[in-house]
Design a protein around this ligand. Structure first.
Ligand SMILES: [Zn+2]
Length: 521
């Protein structure tokens, strides 16, 4: 790879250039599991995953960290959760203390974490997970908390640069969950300069002392926790969303505060928001209007899901579509795939091949397949699935040139296509073949004569000629009997699917096949 065309490679080059030659590079990402991890959050993870892959392909050793900020406070009950009243009693406690209302995991935080952790390997993303609740409660960061307290004036000075209401002189860079009631409604009013903090709790009235090296209850606030971790884990790269990258936002302050912990700011970029298009009022599998990775994987294969992100620069906003654009996305991916496996590209194809090939490589969950996957357009696949009433086995059997090695991917694509048809496709796209015994629409004179010709053509000619020749014979009959093609097409679609319109007729007839057509005509 001489030149870098792709943003992931360009970012990898930048990390190496700015951080120098290192034995090990650390790339990080993370989030508070305070609700369903949605597809916008996934953009951060996949952006890091693609950069990690680019670094590894340059021969670098990389640690890919994903931090669950599950020692954050439970601030708000998400609307899509059941048992709202029970959850409300846990407000202001750490999210690891909140019960899992689905009864599957130890906590609410763990439910959100495991839901995503189970999905990530499907799209080829396998980070090393760090649980902040475990780290804090183990006392792993006790030295770092002490360091923040010992440098409280410097940290306060940095934070005040961006605050309209300055922090008071007695402010301490630490938060404490009350050891009596577990809430963070505490005022930490004293630090003795050694190990001891004193706090008062406004919820339960507790007034207690804590030993930094024995307690599980102290943590750093977000704006200090983030740079602490950069230093602690020696993070070389971490992107962040628009909100963190704004002027005076948490990235701005973190890159100054990190010096307190003896580290430096990582290489970063800003990724943009994602919107959702074409779901109508359909509820996501996680409930509410939160669209998770599982919802996206219902209609997009893992490769096409990666392609959505690998094919778009992180700083551009885009919509994940569930409407007719799904077909367009698949068509773009299919053409990228064909170009990748083209032996003799035209000069025009050659000019875009390098960039397109790199996007194709990065879209793969694992290695690029050694042979071209089975080529079938998503539209045609949707038609075949509907002709076979959704039976993927029947569709696969009907494709005579399908190799066993190509089956798994095609099966996955078929599952997505069928989900799309049944859940999201517009009405004009859907059909089901009529049964052989349903009444045939009436046809007279010329139309009846063409219909009779076509029945004969299907019986005698269809399997012995190509679609083009067959189509010409159908048109010749229409001309002979002076029938307008629009009239005949309507009659055919009414006969086959009970609608006035349908997929391109001749191609559709071949997809249905001779035997079934004869029974319908
Ligand atoms: Zn309390």
């Amino acid at each position: 790879m001489a030149d870098s065309f792709h943003w992931a490679d360009i970012t990898a080059d930048k990390i190496i250039r700015e951080k120098g030659g290192k034995e090990l590079y650390v790339c990080a990402s993370g989030i508070t599991p305070s609700g369903t991890v949605h597809i916008g959050n996934f953009r951060e993870i996949i952006s890091v995953a693609l950069t990690v892959r680019a670094l590894r392909e340059k021969g670098k050793k990389v640690r890919f960290l994903y931090s669950w900020d599950d020692y954050d406070v439970f601030r708000k009950v998400p609307k899509n959760m059941p048992q709202q009243e029970l959850l409300e009693t846990f407000l202001r406690q750490p999210i690891t203390s909140v019960p899992d209302v689905y009864g599957l995991y130890d906590s609410y935080a763990q439910y959100n974490e495991k839901t995503l952790e189970k999905l990530l390997p499907i799209v080829g993303v396998e980070p090393e997970f760090i649980y902040q609740s475990v780290k804090y409660r183990n006392g792993d960061y006790a030295d770092q908390i002490k360091r923040a307290l010992d440098n409280k004036d410097e940290i306060r000075r940095i934070l005040n640069e961006h605050r309209t209401a300055p922090l008071p002189e007695d402010w301490l860079p630490v938060s404490v969950f009350c050891e009596k009631c577990r809430r963070d409604t505490t005022d930490v009013y004293d630090y003795d300069g050694e190990h001891t903090l004193r706090y008062r709790c406004s919820s339960c009235g507790a007034d207690e002392a804590l030993d930094l090296y024995r307690t599980e209850s102290a943590k750093l606030p977000w704006r200090i926790d983030w740079p602490m971790r950069w230093a602690f884990e020696k993070v070389d790269f971490e992107p962040a969303g628009k909100d963190h990258h704004s002027e005076g936002g948490s990235f701005d302050t973190a890159k100054k505060i990190v010096a307190v912990f003896g580290g430096e700011a990582p290489v970063t970029f800003q990724y943009d928001f994602i919107s959702i298009k074409g779901r109508g009022g359909k509820i996501s599998s996680s409930g509410g209007d939160v669209i998770g990775l599982d919802d996206v994987l219902e209609v997009y294969t893992p490769e096409v899901t990666r392609y959505l992100f690998a094919g778009t620069r992180p700083n551009t906003e885009f919509a994940v579509s569930f409407d007719l654009d799904v077909l367009k996305i698949y068509e773009d991916y299919e053409s990228c795939e064909r170009l990748y496996f083209t032996q003799n590209p035209t000069p025009k194809e050659q000019s875009k091949k390098a960039k397109s090939d790199r996007i194709y490589e990065l879209s793969q969950v694992k290695e690029v397949p050694s042979e071209c996957p089975y080529q079938i357009s998503i539209r045609h696949l949707c038609n075949l699935l509907q002709i076979h009433d959704g039976s993927i086995d029947a569709v696969l059997r009907s494709l005579k040139d399908l190799k066993p090695s190509q089956e798994a991917r095609l099966r996955q694509k078929s599952e997505c296509a069928w989900n799309w048809i049944t859940k999201f496709a517009p009405e004009e796209f859907r059909f089901s073949l009529r049964s052989a015994d349903s009444p045939k629409p009436a046809a007279e004179n010329g139309l009846a004569a063409v219909m009779s010709d076509v029945r004969n053509l299907v019986a005698e000619k269809m399997d012995n000629c190509d679609e083009k020749t067959f189509g010409e014979a159908v048109y010749a009959s229409m001309q002979e009997h002076n029938v307008a093609s629009a009239d005949f097409f309507t009659l055919m679609y009414q006969t086959l699917i009970g609608k006035d319109k349908g997929p391109r007729l001749i191609n559709f007839m071949y997809a249905i096949g001779r035997e079934r057509l004869l029974s319908l005509l």
